[in-house]
Every structure is written in C-alpha cells, then in structure tokens.
Ligand binder design. Structure first.
Ligand SMILES: NC(=O)C1=CN([C@@H]2O[C@H](COP(=O)(O)OP(=O)(O)OC[C@H]3O[C@@H](n4cnc5c(N)ncnc54)[C@H](OP(=O)(O)O)[C@@H]3O)[C@@H](O)[C@H]2O)C=CC1
Ligand SMILES: Nc1c(N[C@@H]2O[C@H](COP(=O)(O)O)[C@@H](O)[C@H]2O)[nH]c(=O)[nH]c1=O
Length: 592
C-alpha cells in the first residue's frame, strides 16, 4: 500500500491509502517520470471544477518549459468557458514557446471550436503529451491528428509512452473522467453507491432510525459527492423513513436532481423531496401505480415517469438516454442489492462509523444477493482507505473503469480477421467457464498439450513460457513447477503469483511474445483434439468472445471493455482451419 499524494478527486481522494494503484518500484524509465508527474498534475487540476459544474469532461493543461519547470496551468471550469489549454498558454505567456503541454485528455474541439488546438499551436508549443484520447468516437483522435498535422510532436500515453509509471498516470486520467468514459462505452451512467454504516454493519436501527450514523465531517463529504453527480437516487422506503432532502449543501455549485424509485407509489403526500423550489425531483414507478397520487405530485411540479418493467437497469438506461453521466445511489439495502445484482453499480463509498447499534433486524447496506459461499463475494478493485473525522471511508470499484482501446473487434476488423463472418449479420458466442456450452474454448479447459518451449524442452501450460530462458535459478524452478502443475488454473495461478512477486523474472521480450505463444498453444490444442476442432468449426460466422470480466487483455470484460485477444486468436485459427492453412505448430506439439 502506498500514500497517494496530491489528488483531490471524486474517484480517489487525498490523503488516502490505496491498495493497488501505485508501486514503490524504482522508476526504470527516468525519462518518463517527469512526463508522468505532469500528466497526473493535469488530471488533478482537471478535477478542480468537479462538484461545481455538472459532470462534464474535465480538462486540465500544464505547460512545462524545456528545463522542466511549470510555466502555466489551466482547467476547464464548465462547458463553454475558456479551454484549459487557452488558460494555460495565457498563464505561461512567452514561456510557452518551445515548451511541452501536458493534457489529461485530448481536447474535444467540438462544434467547430478549435480553440484548444489553436492556442497550443499559436503559442509555439513544441511537444504535447496526451493522457488519454477523447473517449467519444466522433472526437477520438481529431485533435491529435490536427496537432501533428501542424508540426507538433504529440505523445499519447500508453501508445507512444509506455511504462509502469506512465500507466499509473494514464489511470489518473481515466479516473478523472470515468463518467464520460462510461458514457462512451456503456449504456448506463457511471453509478456510485454510498452508505454510512456502524462498525457492526447496520445502516439504521431496527426501528429504521438512521440520523445519524456518520459524523458531520463525513456528511459534508457526502454533500461534495452529491455535487459531483448528475442525480441522487433512493428507494421508496428511504423516502418514507427518512424524509430526506438529498441536496448538495457544499457551498454552492452544481445541484443534482433527485430520483425516487418506487414500485407501489405508496409515498407520503407531503415530503421534502416534493419541494422543487431549488432542485427538481423525478419519481420513477411501475406503470399504473396509484395514479391519483401521481397526479397530486405532478401538480406540485414533480415529474413522474412510468416503466413497464421497473428495475435498476431499465431505469439507468433511461437516464443514460436522457444524458446523465453519473448517479449517486443513497438508498437502503433493498434497492442497493437490486442495483448491484443488476450490474449497474460501478463504485462503492462506505463510511464506517466507530459505533455499535446491534439489532438482529437492523438493516445492512446490501440486502439479498443470493450468494451462499464466500467465493461468490464481489471483490472491490483499487480500494482506498481514508479517515474522515472519526469515520473510515472505504471506497473501491466494483467494475473496472473501461479502457478506451476499442474492444471486441469492430465489424470491419472482425471481417479482416475472419472473412467467414459477414458484417451486419454476425452472432456473438461468449465463452468463459469451462462448463459453458463453448467452455472448451477456455484456456482452462482440461485439454493439456505438449508444446516446445523454445529451449529444446516441452511444456504443458503456456503460462510457463513467460519465465523460459531467464538465467535465474528461481525462474528455472518456476518453469519446472508450472510444467508439473495439475491443472491449467494451477499453472496460471503459479505464473501470476510469481510474476507478482518477481516481475523481474519475466522474460524481457514477453509482452511482444505472448500473443504468439498463445497462438501456438491454441493452434496445437485445436489441432490435436479433433472434437475441439469440430466444435470451433461449427462456430464459423460467429464472433467469439471470452466473457472474462477480469482479464481485459485476453477477455472481453464485463461490458465489452476488454481486448478479447483469446477470442480474436480463436477466430484467426478457425479461419486458418477453414482455409486449410497449416502451421508448424501442428507437427511439433502433441497431446499428453
Ligand atoms: N445509513 C445509510 O447510509 C442509509 C440508511 N437508510 C436507511 O435504510 C432504511 C431503508 O432501507 P430499505 O428499505 O432497504 O430502502 P430502499 O431505499 O432500498 O428502498 C426500497 C424500496 O425501493 C423501491 N424499489 C423500486 N424498485 C425496486 C427494485 N427493483 N428493487 C428493490 N426496491 C425497489 C421499493 O419502494 P416501494 O416500497 O415504494 O415500492 C422498495 O420498497 C431506512 O431505515 C433508512 O433510514 C437508507 C439509505 C441510506
Ligand atoms: N443516515 C445517514 C445517511 N443517510 C442518507 O442521507 C439521506 C438524508 O439526506 P439529507 O436529508 O439530505 O440530509 C438519507 O435519506 C439517506 O439516504 N447518510 C450519511 O451520510 N450518513 C448517515 O448517517
């Protein structure tokens, strides 16, 4: 764990202890470290306006002179205000000439406004470092192309600048605009669930009283979280029990709208949420529920939206279509469970107060999820711990922030990989667990192979390849252990754990090699097990996607954010079999 410094953000807050974001490693790429620092700084300042404006793209720009000193900074305050780049160039004045501009995100330059690009060009900026490309398809790459076209050197993190520290810097850029990125890659807004619970895991007493569990400091923090959201949502029971206001009382700025989700419409006629003088309220309900009360609330100015099927996913898709980027769920455990199991929650903020209230029937933050074993628990990613007043705030992601690299191949791309797929008419076959109908496509299927490892010896599991040829006794020992692993899972686990403990033992050319090793292993597997080859051939015309929610390189991710290299290779091999191409791996590998 490491202290994550100097960041003021909705998504990770300072000072915090974060479980897996940063590393203590020596920075091998010294040349990158300054770039990384300034890209992170650009992400930090981009966040400055959040909470005071509706969640919109957050842009920050830092201008550093050739000697590495900051000459100017700027961030976009709101849509339509001066671009971050313009402000930074103005602040840097004459020092801009020959300097480097660091941008957390490629400028949008939408609606014909090219002010960001023009400002950088006219100021004589020599080099631009871009944290992430613009996530919206129609803007993706435009500004970068334009800057390059006008002679500036543009380095995009993750493309032109690759290293561990650059990867961390890039992550800051992804996080600061997570809601926008979600909008570009998903059909639901970015959703955060926040709750306050006692040390014994209760969000209210058995009678339903909850004011207050968390401290004043924590509640002030919630006001800030509200200000960073487009809407706050609660269930009908929270309205009945708490009569909440759900306003962002953080000293001005953006005020989110309030949403109530009720099936029965069994709501009070008088409630704080029906006072829409400062901010509006939308009640979403089941079609036909208590029309007379609907009319009464409508007469007070409350908007009522009826759904044929009222569930969190339908509701989130509806608000996504209405343009909402980010939603804060402040409901009780009943609705929370429903939202989590619908897969619409991306981040959790849990305020834990050092209090014990007890109560067998006192509610907890998340109701029934139907899980029976701890192995089913949802693991949070990038967990942060922060003390807020007397409370502990624990936050983390339930789903990774999507990467921006296009994912499951586009129709054109797929056609190029495998011409048997007709664009516009392709079916997607997902596989993941070995017991799925196409589970044999998984690398964990029980079909061992013997494949040459490049050093004259044979290995069963491709995981061993990443340590092959490394002249270190531990690496050699690891290769031997992986070779004798009982199952592919065990081999993969050993490989992962060794890589985690001793990343220096992974062969230096592994990144460039792993796709080829996987290709050869798959070609071998599907060559020597005829029934697997037949199964692969029966999928001709379909897109194959490994539905791994965790592995964003080999798998397709939960929401299609993964690169799906396993699926791509299988499609390639399928088309080779269909075209009766042969490959050397067929003759050099065997079944066990
Ligand atoms: N400490 C904390 O952070 C918080 C504590 N609380 C406390 O929690 C208690 C209320 O918890 P809880 O009853 O779980 O309240 P919820 O906020 O989860 O409300 C549940 C209600 O949501 C509505 N709903 C609509 N659609 C769905 C759906 N698909 N799935 C589930 N619910 C749906 C229903 O309303 P309807 O019945 O109207 O149809 C349901 O009864 C109160 O005592 C409150 O004080 C609440 C929020 C935060
Ligand atoms: N009890 C509890 C919370 N409860 C949440 O806050 C809502 C009340 O908001 P408002 O009326 O705007 O002050 C309430 O309905 C519930 O959603 N929040 C917290 O941060 N800490 C707490 O201890």
């Amino acid at each position: 764990m490491v202290l994550f410094l100097g960041t003021k953000s909705y998504f990770y807050s300072s000072p915090v202890l974060c479980k897996s974001i940063a590393s203590n490693s020596n920075h091998n790429h010294a040349a990158h470290s300054l770039d990384a620092v300034y890209i992170k700084r650009a992400a930090d300042i981009a966040d400055s306006s959040a909470g005071f404006t509706s969640p919109h793209p957050n842009f920050g720009c830092v201008i550093a002179t050739p000697s590495g000193t900051v000459a100017g900074e700027g961030y976009l305050y709101a849509q339509g205000t001066k671009a971050a780049e313009v402000l930074a160039v103005e602040a840097a004045g004459g020092f801009s000439k020959g300097s480097t501009a660091y941008l957390n995100m490629e400028p949008g330059d939408c609606h014909g406004d090219h002010s960001a690009v023009s400002a950088l060009v006219q100021a004589g900026i020599k080099r631009v470092v871009v944290g992430i490309r613009h996530p919206l398809q129609h803007l993706h790459g435009n500004a970068i192309r334009s800057l390059r076209g006008q002679g500036l050197q543009v380095d995009v993190v993750g493309e032109d600048l690759k290293s561990k520290i650059m990867e961390e810097a890039r992550k800051s850029c992804l996080l600061v605009n997570a809601p926008l990125i979600h909008r570009a890659t998903s059909r639901v807004p970015f959703s955060v669930i926040k709750y306050a619970m006692t040390l014994d895991g209760k969000i209210a007493t058995s009678s339903g009283h909850a004011a207050w569990i968390s401290s004043k400091e924590s509640r002030n923090r919630v006001f800030e979280l509200r200000g960073r959201s487009d809407a706050i949502i609660v269930g009908g029971n929270t309205v009945r029990k708490d009569n909440p206001r759900l306003t962002a009382r953080h000293g001005g700025g953006h005020t989110p709208i309030r949403i109530v989700m009720t099936q029965t419409f069994n709501l009070p006629e008088e409630a704080n949420l029906w006072d829409i003088s400062d901010v509006s309220t939308i009640v979403v309900t089941q079609r036909g529920a208590r029309r007379s009360l609907q009319k009464l609330l409508a007469s007070k100015g409350v908007e009522v939206v009826e759904f044929d099927i009222l569930n969190p996913r339908e509701v989130m898709e509806y608000f996504h279509d209405r343009g909402y980027l980010s939603i804060l769920w402040e409901c009780g455990g009943t609705l929370a469970a429903s939202a989590i199991s619908s897969g619409v929650i991306h981040k959790v903020f849990a305020f834990v107060a050092p209090k014990i209230i007890g109560g067998k029937n006192a509610p907890s933050p998340v109701g029934e999820l139907g899980m029976v074993e701890m192995s089913q628990a949802l693991d949070l990613i990038d967990v942060c711990f922060e003390q807020v007043g007397p409370d502990m705030l624990i936050s983390g992601f339930l789903q990774p922030v999507p990467d921006l690299v296009p994912v499951i191949p586009s129709e054109d791309e797929t056609f190029a990989i495998d011409p048997s797929i007709t664009p516009y008419d392709s079916k997607i076959i997902f596989f993941y667990k070995t017991w799925d109908p196409y589970g044999a496509f998984s690398n964990f299927s029980p079909h061992p192979i013997q494949m040459p490892d490049g050093s004259g010896s044979y290995v069963t599991w491709s995981s061993a390849h990443k340590f092959v040829g490394v002249n270190e006794p531990v690496a050699k020992d690891c290769v031997e252990k992986i070779k004798s692993a009982k199952s592919p899972e065990e081999a993969a686990r050993m490989g992962r754990s060794m890589q985690k403990q001793r990343s220096d033992l992974v062969r230096s050319d592994w990144e460039g090699l792993k796709i080829d090793v996987m290709y050869r292993a798959l070609k071998c597997k599907f060559s020597i097990y005829p029934h697997l080859q037949s199964m692969l051939l029966t999928t001709a015309g379909s897109v194959l996607v490994e539905a791994s929610p965790h592995d964003l390189f080999w798998g397709g991710g939960r929401e299609g954010e993964g690169l799906n290299y396993l699926g791509r290779l299988l499609m390639l091999i399928r088309s080779e079999f269909l075209g009766e191409c042969s490959s050397p791996s067929e003759s050099t590998c065997t079944a066990l």
